[in-house]
Design a binder for this molecule. Structure first.
Ligand code: FRU
Length: 526
Protein backbone atom coordinates (compact mmCIF):
# COMPACT_ATOMS: atom_id res chain seq x y z
CA UNK A 1 0.00 0.00 0.00
CA UNK A 2 1.01 3.59 -0.36
CA UNK A 3 2.97 5.08 2.46
CA UNK A 4 1.41 8.37 3.40
CA UNK A 5 4.26 10.51 4.55
CA UNK A 6 2.40 13.36 6.06
CA UNK A 7 5.02 14.14 8.63
CA UNK A 8 5.43 17.56 7.10
CA UNK A 9 2.15 18.61 8.56
CA UNK A 10 3.62 17.93 12.02
CA UNK A 11 5.67 21.03 11.53
CA UNK A 12 2.45 22.98 11.60
CA UNK A 13 1.59 21.44 14.96
CA UNK A 14 4.98 22.08 16.50
CA UNK A 15 4.97 24.59 19.25
CA UNK A 16 1.21 24.75 19.49
CA UNK A 17 -0.04 25.38 22.93
CA UNK A 18 -2.53 23.02 24.52
CA UNK A 19 -4.49 24.75 27.22
CA UNK A 20 -1.63 26.89 28.33
CA UNK A 21 0.84 24.00 28.44
CA UNK A 22 3.59 24.82 25.98
CA UNK A 23 4.61 22.07 23.56
CA UNK A 24 8.37 21.83 23.36
CA UNK A 25 8.76 18.94 20.94
CA UNK A 26 10.46 19.47 17.65
CA UNK A 27 9.35 18.48 14.21
CA UNK A 28 10.86 15.61 12.29
CA UNK A 29 13.87 16.88 10.40
CA UNK A 30 14.92 13.88 8.38
CA UNK A 31 13.43 13.06 5.02
CA UNK A 32 10.67 10.51 5.38
CA UNK A 33 11.34 7.26 3.60
CA UNK A 34 8.75 6.63 0.94
CA UNK A 35 9.99 3.33 -0.33
CA UNK A 36 9.97 1.14 2.77
CA UNK A 37 12.45 -0.94 0.83
CA UNK A 38 15.82 -0.29 2.48
CA UNK A 39 18.10 -3.11 3.60
CA UNK A 40 16.56 -4.84 6.67
CA UNK A 41 13.30 -2.86 6.28
CA UNK A 42 10.49 -5.12 7.53
CA UNK A 43 7.92 -5.95 4.85
CA UNK A 44 5.16 -7.54 6.93
CA UNK A 45 5.70 -5.57 10.15
CA UNK A 46 5.01 -2.00 11.16
CA UNK A 47 8.09 0.22 11.36
CA UNK A 48 8.14 4.02 11.53
CA UNK A 49 8.97 5.94 8.33
CA UNK A 50 12.10 7.38 9.91
CA UNK A 51 13.95 7.65 13.22
CA UNK A 52 13.63 6.01 16.60
CA UNK A 53 10.64 3.98 17.82
CA UNK A 54 10.11 1.93 20.97
CA UNK A 55 6.95 0.78 22.79
CA UNK A 56 3.55 0.50 21.12
CA UNK A 57 1.13 2.91 22.84
CA UNK A 58 -2.53 3.87 22.90
CA UNK A 59 -3.82 1.04 20.77
CA UNK A 60 -7.53 1.52 20.29
CA UNK A 61 -10.10 0.58 17.65
CA UNK A 62 -12.49 3.33 16.64
CA UNK A 63 -14.86 3.74 13.69
CA UNK A 64 -13.21 1.20 11.43
CA UNK A 65 -9.62 2.06 12.29
CA UNK A 66 -7.04 0.36 14.45
CA UNK A 67 -4.87 3.09 15.94
CA UNK A 68 -1.26 2.38 16.75
CA UNK A 69 0.68 5.06 18.61
CA UNK A 70 4.29 4.52 19.59
CA UNK A 71 7.17 5.96 21.55
CA UNK A 72 8.89 8.14 18.99
CA UNK A 73 11.85 10.47 18.80
CA UNK A 74 11.58 12.35 15.50
CA UNK A 75 15.00 14.00 15.72
CA UNK A 76 17.25 10.99 15.98
CA UNK A 77 17.58 7.26 15.45
CA UNK A 78 18.37 6.76 19.12
CA UNK A 79 16.03 7.29 22.08
CA UNK A 80 15.43 10.88 23.26
CA UNK A 81 12.58 13.20 24.28
CA UNK A 82 9.55 11.05 23.66
CA UNK A 83 6.58 11.88 21.44
CA UNK A 84 3.69 9.65 20.40
CA UNK A 85 4.04 8.69 16.74
CA UNK A 86 0.81 7.56 15.07
CA UNK A 87 -0.43 5.18 12.38
CA UNK A 88 -3.84 3.75 11.52
CA UNK A 89 -4.95 0.62 9.75
CA UNK A 90 -8.29 -0.80 8.60
CA UNK A 91 -7.07 -4.38 8.98
CA UNK A 92 -3.93 -4.46 11.19
CA UNK A 93 -1.91 -5.25 8.07
CA UNK A 94 -1.49 -2.08 6.02
CA UNK A 95 -0.66 1.10 7.90
CA UNK A 96 -1.09 4.74 7.06
CA UNK A 97 1.40 6.99 8.84
CA UNK A 98 -0.21 10.05 10.42
CA UNK A 99 1.36 13.15 11.99
CA UNK A 100 2.80 12.93 15.48
CA UNK A 101 -0.11 12.82 17.93
CA UNK A 102 1.46 14.01 21.18
CA UNK A 103 4.42 16.32 21.63
CA UNK A 104 6.39 16.90 24.82
CA UNK A 105 5.27 19.99 26.71
CA UNK A 106 6.31 21.90 29.81
CA UNK A 107 5.07 19.03 32.03
CA UNK A 108 7.42 16.56 30.36
CA UNK A 109 8.14 14.07 27.62
CA UNK A 110 5.31 11.75 26.62
CA UNK A 111 6.09 8.23 27.83
CA UNK A 112 4.06 5.07 27.30
CA UNK A 113 0.35 4.74 27.89
CA UNK A 114 -2.99 3.71 26.46
CA UNK A 115 -6.15 5.08 24.86
CA UNK A 116 -9.85 4.32 25.19
CA UNK A 117 -13.11 5.34 23.54
CA UNK A 118 -15.11 7.22 26.18
CA UNK A 119 -18.41 5.98 24.73
CA UNK A 120 -20.65 7.70 27.30
CA UNK A 121 -18.56 10.86 27.42
CA UNK A 122 -17.94 10.25 31.13
CA UNK A 123 -15.03 12.68 30.93
CA UNK A 124 -17.12 15.46 29.44
CA UNK A 125 -14.25 16.00 27.00
CA UNK A 126 -16.43 15.19 24.01
CA UNK A 127 -20.14 15.50 23.42
CA UNK A 128 -22.89 12.90 23.57
CA UNK A 129 -22.85 12.76 19.76
CA UNK A 130 -19.08 12.68 19.51
CA UNK A 131 -17.51 10.48 22.19
CA UNK A 132 -13.88 11.45 22.71
CA UNK A 133 -10.86 9.24 22.33
CA UNK A 134 -8.91 9.69 25.56
CA UNK A 135 -5.19 8.92 25.76
CA UNK A 136 -3.66 8.27 29.17
CA UNK A 137 0.13 8.51 29.32
CA UNK A 138 3.08 9.19 31.58
CA UNK A 139 4.72 12.58 31.68
CA UNK A 140 8.46 12.21 32.22
CA UNK A 141 9.89 15.45 33.55
CA UNK A 142 13.57 15.40 32.61
CA UNK A 143 14.66 18.57 34.48
CA UNK A 144 13.09 17.22 37.69
CA UNK A 145 14.89 13.91 37.26
CA UNK A 146 18.18 15.70 36.62
CA UNK A 147 17.59 17.78 39.75
CA UNK A 148 17.65 14.51 41.68
CA UNK A 149 13.97 14.48 42.60
CA UNK A 150 11.87 11.32 42.75
CA UNK A 151 8.56 12.78 41.56
CA UNK A 152 9.49 13.23 37.89
CA UNK A 153 6.89 10.83 36.45
CA UNK A 154 3.09 11.27 36.68
CA UNK A 155 0.06 10.43 34.58
CA UNK A 156 -1.68 12.84 32.21
CA UNK A 157 -4.46 12.65 29.63
CA UNK A 158 -5.23 14.10 26.20
CA UNK A 159 -8.33 13.82 24.07
CA UNK A 160 -9.44 13.87 20.46
CA UNK A 161 -12.87 14.48 18.98
CA UNK A 162 -11.81 14.06 15.35
CA UNK A 163 -11.03 10.34 15.11
CA UNK A 164 -7.57 10.77 16.61
CA UNK A 165 -6.38 13.28 14.01
CA UNK A 166 -5.67 16.06 16.50
CA UNK A 167 -5.18 15.89 20.25
CA UNK A 168 -5.62 18.36 23.09
CA UNK A 169 -3.89 17.89 26.40
CA UNK A 170 -6.25 18.14 29.39
CA UNK A 171 -5.82 21.48 31.16
CA UNK A 172 -5.82 19.93 34.64
CA UNK A 173 -2.89 17.54 34.05
CA UNK A 174 -1.49 15.60 35.78
CA UNK A 175 -4.53 13.49 36.66
CA UNK A 176 -2.42 11.14 38.81
CA UNK A 177 0.36 13.12 40.48
CA UNK A 178 3.30 11.29 42.01
CA UNK A 179 2.71 12.17 45.63
CA UNK A 180 4.56 9.42 47.47
CA UNK A 181 6.89 9.86 45.41
CA UNK A 182 8.03 6.74 43.50
CA UNK A 183 10.90 7.01 41.01
CA UNK A 184 9.46 4.67 38.37
CA UNK A 185 5.79 5.55 38.16
CA UNK A 186 4.64 4.93 34.64
CA UNK A 187 2.91 3.33 31.66
CA UNK A 188 -0.81 3.55 32.50
CA UNK A 189 -3.16 1.11 30.81
CA UNK A 190 -6.82 2.00 31.21
CA UNK A 191 -9.73 -0.37 30.60
CA UNK A 192 -13.47 -0.17 31.13
CA UNK A 193 -14.32 -2.62 33.93
CA UNK A 194 -17.82 -3.47 32.71
CA UNK A 195 -18.79 -5.52 35.75
CA UNK A 196 -18.16 -2.67 38.18
CA UNK A 197 -18.92 0.09 35.65
CA UNK A 198 -15.67 1.87 36.41
CA UNK A 199 -12.54 2.90 34.59
CA UNK A 200 -9.60 0.87 35.83
CA UNK A 201 -6.01 2.03 35.50
CA UNK A 202 -2.97 -0.17 36.04
CA UNK A 203 0.56 1.21 35.92
CA UNK A 204 4.03 0.16 36.99
CA UNK A 205 5.61 1.47 40.17
CA UNK A 206 9.17 0.13 40.25
CA UNK A 207 8.69 -3.43 41.60
CA UNK A 208 4.90 -3.69 41.59
CA UNK A 209 1.80 -2.46 39.79
CA UNK A 210 -0.82 -0.08 41.15
CA UNK A 211 -4.54 -0.21 40.42
CA UNK A 212 -6.59 3.00 40.40
CA UNK A 213 -10.27 3.62 39.60
CA UNK A 214 -12.26 6.47 38.15
CA UNK A 215 -15.78 7.36 37.02
CA UNK A 216 -14.67 9.97 34.51
CA UNK A 217 -11.02 9.31 33.47
CA UNK A 218 -10.06 12.53 35.28
CA UNK A 219 -10.47 11.91 39.04
CA UNK A 220 -8.58 8.81 40.11
CA UNK A 221 -8.54 6.88 43.38
CA UNK A 222 -5.87 4.38 44.44
CA UNK A 223 -7.34 0.88 44.89
CA UNK A 224 -4.56 -1.61 45.51
CA UNK A 225 -1.06 -2.84 44.66
CA UNK A 226 0.15 -6.17 43.29
CA UNK A 227 3.37 -7.94 42.58
CA UNK A 228 6.14 -7.12 45.04
CA UNK A 229 6.29 -10.74 46.09
CA UNK A 230 5.40 -12.43 42.81
CA UNK A 231 7.13 -13.23 39.55
CA UNK A 232 10.46 -12.17 38.10
CA UNK A 233 12.16 -9.10 39.58
CA UNK A 234 15.47 -9.03 37.73
CA UNK A 235 14.75 -5.48 36.57
CA UNK A 236 12.27 -2.64 36.74
CA UNK A 237 8.60 -3.38 36.02
CA UNK A 238 7.12 -1.52 33.03
CA UNK A 239 4.13 -1.43 30.69
CA UNK A 240 1.45 -3.55 32.37
CA UNK A 241 -1.83 -4.54 30.77
CA UNK A 242 -4.85 -6.20 32.39
CA UNK A 243 -7.90 -7.82 30.80
CA UNK A 244 -10.44 -10.56 31.37
CA UNK A 245 -10.20 -13.53 29.01
CA UNK A 246 -12.48 -16.50 28.66
CA UNK A 247 -10.74 -19.84 29.17
CA UNK A 248 -11.02 -21.71 25.88
CA UNK A 249 -13.63 -24.44 25.86
CA UNK A 250 -15.25 -23.29 29.11
CA UNK A 251 -17.52 -20.59 30.56
CA UNK A 252 -14.82 -19.51 32.95
CA UNK A 253 -13.23 -16.08 32.72
CA UNK A 254 -9.87 -15.29 34.31
CA UNK A 255 -7.97 -12.02 34.49
CA UNK A 256 -4.59 -11.74 32.82
CA UNK A 257 -1.93 -9.25 33.88
CA UNK A 258 0.89 -8.66 31.38
CA UNK A 259 4.04 -7.16 32.79
CA UNK A 260 7.21 -6.17 31.01
CA UNK A 261 10.51 -6.26 32.84
CA UNK A 262 13.90 -4.83 31.96
CA UNK A 263 16.37 -6.45 32.40
CA UNK A 264 15.64 -9.93 33.74
CA UNK A 265 14.15 -11.72 30.71
CA UNK A 266 14.59 -15.49 30.33
CA UNK A 267 17.28 -15.08 27.63
CA UNK A 268 18.67 -11.74 28.76
CA UNK A 269 17.52 -8.15 28.70
CA UNK A 270 13.90 -7.11 28.26
CA UNK A 271 10.92 -9.49 28.21
CA UNK A 272 7.27 -9.79 29.17
CA UNK A 273 5.94 -12.05 31.92
CA UNK A 274 2.30 -12.55 32.83
CA UNK A 275 0.08 -13.54 35.72
CA UNK A 276 -3.33 -15.23 35.65
CA UNK A 277 -5.82 -14.63 38.45
CA UNK A 278 -8.98 -12.79 39.40
CA UNK A 279 -9.94 -9.17 39.81
CA UNK A 280 -12.80 -8.23 42.15
CA UNK A 281 -13.02 -4.54 41.34
CA UNK A 282 -10.34 -3.65 43.90
CA UNK A 283 -7.67 -6.35 44.13
CA UNK A 284 -5.94 -8.63 41.64
CA UNK A 285 -5.45 -12.08 43.22
CA UNK A 286 -3.18 -14.66 41.68
CA UNK A 287 -4.66 -18.01 40.74
CA UNK A 288 -3.54 -20.62 43.33
CA UNK A 289 -2.01 -22.74 40.51
CA UNK A 290 0.17 -19.94 39.31
CA UNK A 291 3.84 -19.45 40.33
CA UNK A 292 3.44 -18.17 43.86
CA UNK A 293 6.55 -16.34 44.88
CA UNK A 294 9.32 -14.05 43.72
CA UNK A 295 11.26 -16.26 41.39
CA UNK A 296 12.97 -15.49 38.12
CA UNK A 297 12.88 -19.17 37.20
CA UNK A 298 9.22 -19.72 38.05
CA UNK A 299 8.09 -16.67 36.09
CA UNK A 300 5.81 -17.36 33.15
CA UNK A 301 6.88 -15.61 29.94
CA UNK A 302 4.70 -14.50 27.07
CA UNK A 303 7.55 -14.90 24.59
CA UNK A 304 10.98 -16.42 25.21
CA UNK A 305 12.70 -14.58 22.35
CA UNK A 306 14.87 -11.59 22.98
CA UNK A 307 12.76 -9.25 20.86
CA UNK A 308 9.24 -8.80 22.10
CA UNK A 309 8.99 -6.07 24.69
CA UNK A 310 6.48 -3.62 26.19
CA UNK A 311 3.61 -5.24 24.31
CA UNK A 312 0.00 -4.55 25.28
CA UNK A 313 -3.42 -5.15 23.73
CA UNK A 314 -5.96 -3.18 21.71
CA UNK A 315 -8.82 -1.46 23.46
CA UNK A 316 -12.39 -1.40 22.11
CA UNK A 317 -12.09 -4.26 19.61
CA UNK A 318 -15.75 -4.76 18.59
CA UNK A 319 -17.62 -7.32 20.71
CA UNK A 320 -18.66 -9.32 17.65
CA UNK A 321 -14.94 -9.74 16.85
CA UNK A 322 -14.10 -10.51 20.47
CA UNK A 323 -10.36 -11.00 20.03
CA UNK A 324 -7.70 -9.87 22.48
CA UNK A 325 -5.12 -8.50 20.04
CA UNK A 326 -1.55 -7.86 21.13
CA UNK A 327 1.45 -6.14 19.57
CA UNK A 328 4.96 -5.74 21.01
CA UNK A 329 8.12 -3.77 20.28
CA UNK A 330 10.46 -6.10 18.37
CA UNK A 331 13.69 -5.15 20.10
CA UNK A 332 15.50 -5.28 23.42
CA UNK A 333 16.92 -2.47 25.55
CA UNK A 334 20.22 -4.40 25.70
CA UNK A 335 21.05 -3.40 22.11
CA UNK A 336 18.08 -1.49 20.62
CA UNK A 337 20.15 1.67 20.15
CA UNK A 338 22.93 -0.23 18.34
CA UNK A 339 21.13 -2.31 15.71
CA UNK A 340 22.48 -1.62 12.21
CA UNK A 341 19.68 0.43 10.68
CA UNK A 342 19.93 4.18 10.26
CA UNK A 343 16.86 5.59 8.47
CA UNK A 344 14.55 4.07 11.10
CA UNK A 345 15.19 2.03 14.23
CA UNK A 346 13.04 -0.97 15.10
CA UNK A 347 9.71 -2.50 14.24
CA UNK A 348 6.68 -4.03 15.96
CA UNK A 349 5.89 -7.75 16.13
CA UNK A 350 3.06 -9.00 13.95
CA UNK A 351 -0.24 -8.43 15.76
CA UNK A 352 -1.18 -11.56 17.69
CA UNK A 353 -4.35 -13.03 19.07
CA UNK A 354 -4.05 -14.08 22.70
CA UNK A 355 -6.07 -16.95 24.09
CA UNK A 356 -6.16 -18.59 27.49
CA UNK A 357 -6.05 -22.34 27.93
CA UNK A 358 -6.06 -24.69 30.88
CA UNK A 359 -2.92 -26.88 30.52
CA UNK A 360 -1.11 -29.46 32.62
CA UNK A 361 0.96 -26.55 33.97
CA UNK A 362 -2.10 -24.46 34.83
CA UNK A 363 -3.56 -21.52 32.87
CA UNK A 364 -1.34 -20.45 30.00
CA UNK A 365 -1.58 -17.76 27.34
CA UNK A 366 -1.29 -18.89 23.74
CA UNK A 367 -0.20 -16.39 21.06
CA UNK A 368 -0.87 -16.72 17.36
CA UNK A 369 -0.53 -14.36 14.41
CA UNK A 370 -3.82 -12.62 13.59
CA UNK A 371 -5.85 -14.47 10.97
CA UNK A 372 -5.66 -11.43 8.65
CA UNK A 373 -2.01 -12.25 8.00
CA UNK A 374 -3.05 -15.11 5.70
CA UNK A 375 -4.22 -12.41 3.24
CA UNK A 376 -0.56 -11.72 2.47
CA UNK A 377 0.10 -15.28 1.36
CA UNK A 378 1.03 -16.23 -2.18
CA UNK A 379 0.84 -19.74 -3.63
CA UNK A 380 1.89 -22.42 -1.11
CA UNK A 381 4.72 -24.83 -1.76
CA UNK A 382 4.34 -28.14 0.04
CA UNK A 383 7.07 -30.60 0.84
CA UNK A 384 7.43 -33.99 2.49
CA UNK A 385 10.53 -35.21 4.21
CA UNK A 386 13.54 -32.95 4.55
CA UNK A 387 13.08 -29.41 3.27
CA UNK A 388 15.48 -28.00 0.72
CA UNK A 389 13.86 -25.01 -0.91
CA UNK A 390 14.67 -21.79 -2.70
CA UNK A 391 12.44 -19.20 -1.10
CA UNK A 392 11.57 -16.85 -3.89
CA UNK A 393 9.61 -13.93 -2.55
CA UNK A 394 9.73 -10.45 -3.94
CA UNK A 395 9.43 -9.05 -0.43
CA UNK A 396 11.89 -11.33 1.37
CA UNK A 397 9.11 -12.30 3.80
CA UNK A 398 7.59 -15.75 4.05
CA UNK A 399 5.72 -18.08 6.30
CA UNK A 400 6.49 -21.70 7.06
CA UNK A 401 4.45 -24.40 8.68
CA UNK A 402 6.41 -27.46 9.74
CA UNK A 403 5.05 -30.65 11.28
CA UNK A 404 7.34 -33.21 12.91
CA UNK A 405 6.61 -36.64 14.31
CA UNK A 406 8.34 -37.31 17.60
CA UNK A 407 9.00 -40.66 19.20
CA UNK A 408 11.71 -42.06 21.51
CA UNK A 409 14.08 -42.52 18.58
CA UNK A 410 14.27 -38.74 18.10
CA UNK A 411 16.88 -37.67 20.64
CA UNK A 412 19.08 -35.13 18.87
CA UNK A 413 18.28 -31.53 17.93
CA UNK A 414 16.53 -30.88 14.63
CA UNK A 415 15.02 -27.96 12.80
CA UNK A 416 15.57 -25.67 9.85
CA UNK A 417 18.07 -23.08 8.77
CA UNK A 418 17.53 -20.09 6.56
CA UNK A 419 20.64 -19.32 4.57
CA UNK A 420 22.04 -17.11 1.85
CA UNK A 421 24.90 -17.44 -0.63
CA UNK A 422 27.09 -15.33 1.69
CA UNK A 423 27.04 -18.10 4.28
CA UNK A 424 24.70 -16.44 6.78
CA UNK A 425 22.42 -18.90 8.54
CA UNK A 426 19.64 -18.49 11.03
CA UNK A 427 18.69 -21.70 12.81
CA UNK A 428 15.42 -22.55 14.49
CA UNK A 429 14.98 -25.93 16.06
CA UNK A 430 14.03 -28.23 18.87
CA UNK A 431 16.20 -30.19 21.29
CA UNK A 432 14.30 -33.27 22.51
CA UNK A 433 16.66 -33.80 25.45
CA UNK A 434 16.18 -30.31 26.80
CA UNK A 435 12.53 -30.36 25.76
CA UNK A 436 13.13 -26.87 24.44
CA UNK A 437 12.98 -24.89 21.20
CA UNK A 438 15.92 -22.77 20.23
CA UNK A 439 16.82 -19.95 17.90
CA UNK A 440 20.41 -19.32 16.90
CA UNK A 441 21.31 -16.03 15.22
CA UNK A 442 25.05 -16.17 15.91
CA UNK A 443 25.80 -16.86 12.25
CA UNK A 444 22.91 -14.89 10.77
CA UNK A 445 24.76 -11.75 9.72
CA UNK A 446 25.87 -8.61 11.52
CA UNK A 447 26.09 -9.19 15.25
CA UNK A 448 29.20 -7.38 16.42
CA UNK A 449 27.38 -4.12 17.18
CA UNK A 450 26.60 -5.31 20.73
CA UNK A 451 28.04 -8.16 22.83
CA UNK A 452 24.58 -8.85 24.22
CA UNK A 453 23.04 -9.40 20.77
CA UNK A 454 24.07 -12.98 20.01
CA UNK A 455 26.08 -14.40 22.90
CA UNK A 456 24.37 -17.77 22.72
CA UNK A 457 21.31 -19.64 21.55
CA UNK A 458 17.93 -18.51 22.80
CA UNK A 459 16.03 -21.29 24.58
CA UNK A 460 12.30 -21.70 25.07
CA UNK A 461 10.74 -24.60 27.01
CA UNK A 462 8.17 -26.71 25.19
CA UNK A 463 4.82 -26.72 26.98
CA UNK A 464 3.07 -29.31 24.84
CA UNK A 465 3.80 -33.01 25.25
CA UNK A 466 2.12 -34.06 22.03
CA UNK A 467 4.12 -36.37 19.76
CA UNK A 468 3.23 -34.14 16.86
CA UNK A 469 5.40 -31.06 17.05
CA UNK A 470 4.40 -27.99 15.04
CA UNK A 471 6.45 -24.95 14.20
CA UNK A 472 4.71 -22.00 12.59
CA UNK A 473 7.27 -19.41 11.50
CA UNK A 474 6.91 -15.88 10.14
CA UNK A 475 10.11 -14.65 8.54
CA UNK A 476 10.64 -11.07 7.53
CA UNK A 477 13.88 -9.62 6.13
CA UNK A 478 15.28 -9.15 9.61
CA UNK A 479 13.10 -11.09 12.04
CA UNK A 480 11.64 -14.47 12.83
CA UNK A 481 8.61 -15.29 14.96
CA UNK A 482 8.09 -18.87 16.08
CA UNK A 483 4.64 -19.95 17.25
CA UNK A 484 5.15 -23.54 18.32
CA UNK A 485 2.47 -26.12 19.08
CA UNK A 486 -0.48 -23.86 18.39
CA UNK A 487 1.07 -20.85 20.09
CA UNK A 488 1.99 -22.35 23.47
CA UNK A 489 5.71 -21.53 23.06
CA UNK A 490 6.68 -18.32 21.30
CA UNK A 491 10.09 -16.97 20.25
CA UNK A 492 10.59 -13.61 18.54
CA UNK A 493 14.06 -12.60 17.36
CA UNK A 494 15.61 -10.08 15.01
CA UNK A 495 18.76 -10.56 12.90
CA UNK A 496 20.69 -8.69 10.20
CA UNK A 497 21.87 -10.85 7.27
CA UNK A 498 24.27 -9.49 4.66
CA UNK A 499 21.75 -10.48 2.01
CA UNK A 500 18.26 -11.85 2.42
CA UNK A 501 18.04 -15.43 3.62
CA UNK A 502 16.44 -17.23 0.71
CA UNK A 503 17.37 -20.89 1.08
CA UNK A 504 15.66 -23.24 3.46
CA UNK A 505 17.55 -26.33 4.56
CA UNK A 506 17.15 -29.00 7.20
CA UNK A 507 19.25 -29.08 10.36
CA UNK A 508 20.00 -32.30 12.24
CA UNK A 509 18.37 -35.64 11.85
CA UNK A 510 15.11 -34.34 10.54
CA UNK A 511 11.90 -36.13 11.43
CA UNK A 512 9.82 -33.61 9.50
CA UNK A 513 6.78 -35.22 7.99
CA UNK A 514 5.38 -32.28 6.13
CA UNK A 515 5.81 -28.63 5.54
CA UNK A 516 4.25 -25.71 3.70
CA UNK A 517 5.94 -22.52 2.68
CA UNK A 518 4.14 -19.35 1.60
CA UNK A 519 5.67 -16.23 0.11
CA UNK A 520 4.24 -13.14 1.83
CA UNK A 521 3.57 -9.96 -0.08
CA UNK A 522 4.75 -6.67 1.32
CA UNK A 523 2.29 -4.55 3.30
CA UNK A 524 4.05 -1.43 1.97
CA UNK A 525 3.51 -2.02 -1.75
CA UNK A 526 0.43 -1.87 -3.94
C1 FRU B 1 9.59 0.66 28.17
C2 FRU B 1 9.80 2.10 28.59
C3 FRU B 1 8.59 2.58 29.38
C4 FRU B 1 8.63 4.07 29.18
C5 FRU B 1 9.13 4.17 27.76
C6 FRU B 1 9.99 5.36 27.52
O1 FRU B 1 10.33 0.31 27.05
O2 FRU B 1 10.97 2.23 29.33
O3 FRU B 1 8.60 2.19 30.73
O4 FRU B 1 7.38 4.67 29.36
O5 FRU B 1 9.84 2.99 27.49
O6 FRU B 1 10.28 5.52 26.16
Amino acid sequence: MKVFCVLLSCILLTGCSTNGVQDVGSSPTSTPADTYDETYRPQVHYSPPTQWMNDPNGMVYFEGEYHLFYQYYPDSNVWGPMHWGHAVSPDLLEWENLPIALYPDSLGWIFSGSAVVDHDNTSGLGTDDQPPLVAIFTYHNDPLEKAGRDDFQYQGIAYSTDRGRTWTKYAGNPVVPNEEPIRDFRDPKVIWDAEREQWLMVFAAQDHVMFWRSDNLIDWEHLSDFGKTYGAHGGVWECPDIFPLQVEGSDETKWVLLLSINPGGPNGGSATQYFVGDFDGTDFTLDPDFATEVSDSAAVWLDYGRDNYAGVTWSDVPKEDGRRIFIGWMSNWDYARDVPTTVWRSAMTVPRTLSLQQTAEGYRLFSNPIAELTQLRGAPEMFHGEPSLELTTASGAHELELVYALDESVTTPFGVALRNAEGDALEIGYDPERKAFYSDRRGAGANDFADSFAPDRTWAPRLSSSDTLRMHLIFDRASVELFADGGSTVVTEIFFPIESLDQLTAVGDNPVIEGTSYPLRSIWKE
